[in-house]
Design a binder for this molecule. Structure first.
Ligand code: NDP
Length: 450
């Protein structure tokens, strides 16, 4: 992967990471991007190299890999592979979601865990970074199968996590249903009712507005940037990839702020509705019926459906919000976005834009916001859920939403300031990496070589 290092310490660390993790492309992509951004910081602060901060920050504190055996509805034994990477506890217990998807492997979990360290730091809350999951596909499984899988997964995971150690949450394939089963099994084994997981149901310690938080936060963040440029969502056409948790609530908030969401997708295809896509219809299709996005035509026959998800980026829009998965936006997609006059690309998903596509948009006048800043609203609200659990209190929707908005606004200004401080105004990739890194690095240096 083509990263340019002028700093020999960083180059050395990156080469070492490449040697040790040669078969982990997503992890190398995430590390390379961060280290490249940190060059001016490392050059101005010799202590970072002396105390080996970068050598340490690229190595997870602990990586767990375990077997999950369970029995399907036909009485057959199934075996999956489970992961939990506790990347950093420098500023708080490690925190990050669990992903259940057949594509899950150590590289993906490590890239997500590494990104999470900086994202969590940006929220201003005391949370370290981690990630986990399994190569289990909840699609097409019965509720009982999902429950048995979750119980088996938690039977191993429970010994490694805790409200002051590591606090998992949901991610792709892990929603309210899975968190419920995971929490139930944790409680059964440990005989403890605590805030060990976030994204819990409202009746057992969940936070209001957690479901909406990532999508809402993404739009609050983009709105703050638009305001700073004297603009708004009003009258802008918006394209959102995906139709899961992040995408649905990004649609709701973008619409409330005056935008018109004209296209959404799933992994099979995408829909275009020039009159604006009602998020409630998508919610019903995806959350209630667990059906394909194509079904949208049953509700709105005037809309159009296209097979294949990639074509969504050919739909002209002012604001693009990729909210599906990593590396879903490629070079030809951003060429189309630029050609069609897109002005903002804010990542709702984690690392959805490939490296070369990121460089291209930055060079062609699209304002680009990396996921580690733009989608931090989810984990920020998970942090608020942890606070409520510790206090044994529940805040109202409005209280949580107001705090979420405040956090997203301050993240925008923190990354904007960091980019300016190092002479790279408008480079929000650099701004996010630097602003997220500074707090973690200071904590690591204060705590000695551990
Ligand atoms: P969900 O599982 O709820 O939804 C994922 C959606 O993306 C589904 O609609 C899925 O469709 C679709 N999808 C998957 N691959 C593609 C593709 N190649 N093209 C188009 N659509 C695709 O996940 P979330 O919404 O929770 O997460 C989405 C992203 O946001 C992930 O990168 C996640 O890490 C990130 N994120 C999530 C947070 C959260 O709070 N949920 C917080 C921060 C980041 P299908 O049903 O066909 O698979």
């Amino acid at each position: 992967m083509a990263f340019t290092f002028t700093n020999s310490y960083l180059q050395g660390v990156y080469e070492d990471v490449c040697k040790k993790n040669a078969h982990e492309p997503e992890f190398l992509q995430a590390v390379g991007e961060v280290l490249e951004s940190l060059q001016p910081v490392v050059e101005q602060n010799q202590r970072l190299a002396k105390s080996g901060v970068i050598d340490r920050i690229v190595e997870p504190e602990r990586s767990l890999l375990f077997r999950i055996s369970w029995v399907d509805d036909h009485g057959r034994v199934q075996v999956n592979r489970g992961y939990r990477v506790q990347f950093s506890t420098a500023i708080g217990p490690s925190k990050g979601g669990l992903r259940f998807h057949p594509s899950v492997n150590l590289s993906i979990i490590k890239f997500l865990g590494f990104e999470q360290v900086f994202k969590n730091s940006l929220t201003g809350l005391p949370m370290g970074g981690g990630k986990g999951g399994a190569d289990f596909d909840p699609k097409g499984k019965s509720d009982n199968e999902v429950m048995r899988f979750c119980q088996s997964f938690m039977t191993e995971l429970q010994r490694h996590i805790g409200p002051d150690t590591d606090v998992p949450a949901g991610d792709i394939g892990v929603g309210a249903r899975e968190i419920g089963y995971l929490f139930g099994q944790y409680k059964r084994i440990r005989n403890e009712f605590n805030g060990v997981l976030t994204g819990k149901g409202l009746s057992y310690g969940g936070s209001l507005a957690r479901t909406e938080a990532t999508g809402y936060g993404l739009c609050y963040f983009a709105d703050e940037m638009l305001k700073a440029a004297g603009k708004s969502f009003q009258g802008q056409s918006v394209v959102i990839s995906g139709s899961g948790n992040v995408a649905i609530y990004a649609n709701q908030k973008a619409t409330e702020l005056g935008g018109k969401v004209i296209a959404m997708s799933d992994s099979n295809g995408y829909i275009v509705d020039e009159n604006g896509i009602d998020y409630k219809v998508i919610q019903e299709i995806k959350e209630v019926k667990r059906a394909r996005i194509k079904t949208y035509l049953d509700y709105v026959p005037t809309a159009k459906y296209f097979e294949g998800c990639q074509g969504i980026w050919t739909v002209p829009c002012g604001i693009a919000l990729p909210c599906a998965t990593q590396n879903e936006v490629h070079m030809e997609d951003v060429e189309n976005l630029v050609k069609n006059g897109c002005k903002i690309l804010a990542e709702g998903a984690n690392m959805p834009t490939t490296l070369e596509a990121t460089e291209y948009v930055q060079e062609h006048g699209i304002v680009f916001f990396p996921g580690k800043a733009a989608n931090a609203g989810g984990v920020a609200t998970s942090g608020l859920e942890m606070s409520q659990n510790s206090e044994r209190l529940s805040w109202t929707f409005e209280e949580v939403d107001a705090k979420l908005k405040g956090i997203m606004v301050s993240i925008f200004h923190a990354i904007d300031d960091a980019a300016k401080r190092y002479g790279h105004e408008g480079n929000y990739v650099m701004g996010a990496n630097i602003a997220g890194f500074e707090k973690v690095a200071n904590a690591m240096m204060a705590q000695g070589i551990v």
